[in-house]
Write a protein that binds this ligand. Structure first.
Ligand code: BJ8
Length: 388
């Protein structure tokens, strides 16, 4: 197995650098009168935020820094993403939270939805009631929630959002999904043309540009560059590096500790069944549906997050990815105390090992570095089990 440092492009911007650079851009945008909406989850129909002429900004935190402060009010035994997100708000150290006019939250997991009640004491937090199943009653309920969210945005900003505004936003967002998907699907090439570490970072970094078109152009340019490099230098060459699929919780807070490490050990993370990966992008909003709210409700309710019950479609999707990306092993990341992903991992492991006949490793972790040595040992042992 080939072991090496990651190949990263010249001028590669780390997540922290991009986040910092985004602060100044956000400040300038606010000074010029921009509307800003803070978000926490892929279930929120972002098209309505665009239709309101607002800039959506993600508030899910991936840093250990504010967790100690958060633990003054939240239990220690809680997901680090929840603690860190609340901690930034509590300590007033996240400019994106500070500049958000309104925070839009949703009832996904128990920890998040209860944290939002505390968050609401710091800044106005509008909570969408997400149903946890996908039957007809849930669809009708979710459609009503989407209509209520539109009304909230109209009242909050004193504006009117027309159906044409929403349709235009759907077209823009669908185009972005296509662009991101083409980029992420570079992982289907063999040998892998780009590291999973770079792909994941680039997707997150792009969200700090706040300009959808600019983000699409940057990602399209990098996709073309990677493809050309692969055609010229790698096509047709054999690689013995194991090809991994990453699944589970959001991984930005553990990307260095797990993704970078496993790739430096000699594997390639080529596929991401995660919210910043392909999970939210594979299904687009149906532009031909005459009922625009139903189109939004259907698309968003189908996101394969473990907060849904049952969530069998996630296994179906992972199965397709295993085949299409020629996967050799599956790595699942569970953030500490994430009960929905943790319990669902029973089915994922059984599916991967018994139905697909592949090695599977589940790592439960948080944002600290305290388990780094143990994780390194487990990753190395996992790669040993993959026959190439
Ligand atoms: S659609 S993955 S962004 S909820 S916060 S569930 S890790 S205990 S983040 Fe998520 Fe929306 Fe789903 Fe995607 Fe677990 Fe932590 Fe809860 Fe989490």
């Amino acid at each position: 197995m080939e072991k090496n440092a990651l190949r990263l492009p010249a001028g590669f911007e780390s997540y922290q650098e991009a986040r910092q650079a985004g602060f100044l851009r956000m400040k300038q945008l606010k000074e010029s009168g921009a509307r800003v909406i803070g978000l926490f989850c892929s279930y929120v129909p972002i098209e309505l935020v665009y239709a309101a002429g607002a800039i959506p900004v993600g508030l899910c935190a991936s840093s250990e820094e504010p967790i100690a402060a958060a633990e003054a009010n939240l239990p220690r035994n809680l997901c680090p993403l929840i603690k860190a997100s609340y901690g930034f708000a509590l300590t007033d150290t996240c400019p994106y939270f500070y500049f958000s006019d309104l925070v839009v939250a949703e009832t996904t997991c128990d920890g998040k939805k209860k944290m939002f009640e505390l968050l609401g004491e710091i800044k106005e937090t509008y909570v969408m009631q997400l149903p946890h199943s996908r039957d007809a009653a849930a669809l009708a309920f979710w459609k009503e929630q989407i209509i209520a969210f539109q009304k909230k945005l109209e009242d909050f900003y004193g504006i009117t959002i027309t159906e044409e505004d929403i349709r235009a936003a759907i077209r823009r967002k669908n185009r972005e999904r296509d662009v991101m998907l083409r980029y992420l699907e570079l992982g289907k090439l063999n040998p892998a043309p780009i590291s999973g570490y770079e792909m994941g970072t680039q997707i997150d970094v792009g969200s700090f540009s706040f300009d959808l078109e600019e983000r699409c152009k940057n990602v399209e340019a990098r996709t073309a560059q990677v493809l050309a490099d692969w055609e010229a230098n790698y096509k047709g060459k054999q690689s013995d590096r194991p090809r991994l699929l990453l699944t589970g919780c959001p991984n930005a807070g553990v990307r260095e500790k797990i993704i970078r490490t496993v790739e430096e050990m000699g594997a390639d993370v080529v596929a991401f069944d995660t919210c910043s990966g392909t999970r939210e992008k594979v299904e687009k909003v149906d532009e031909s549906n005459p009922d625009v709210y139903e189109a939004l409700a259907r698309k968003y309710l189908n996101i394969n997050c473990s907060v849904m019950s049952p969530n069998d479609s996630r296994r179906g999707y992972i199965g397709e990815m295993i085949d299409e990306y020629a996967i050799d092993g599956v790595l699942e990341i569970i953030l500490q105390s994430c009960h929905t992903y943790d319990v669902e991992s029973y089915f994922i492991k059984r599916f991967v090992t018994q139905e697909k006949g592949l090695p599977y490793l589940n790592i439960e972790t948080d944002y600290s570095q305290s388990d780094k040595g143990q994780i390194n040992t487990r990753l190395a042992a996992f790669l040993e089990t993959i026959e190439k």
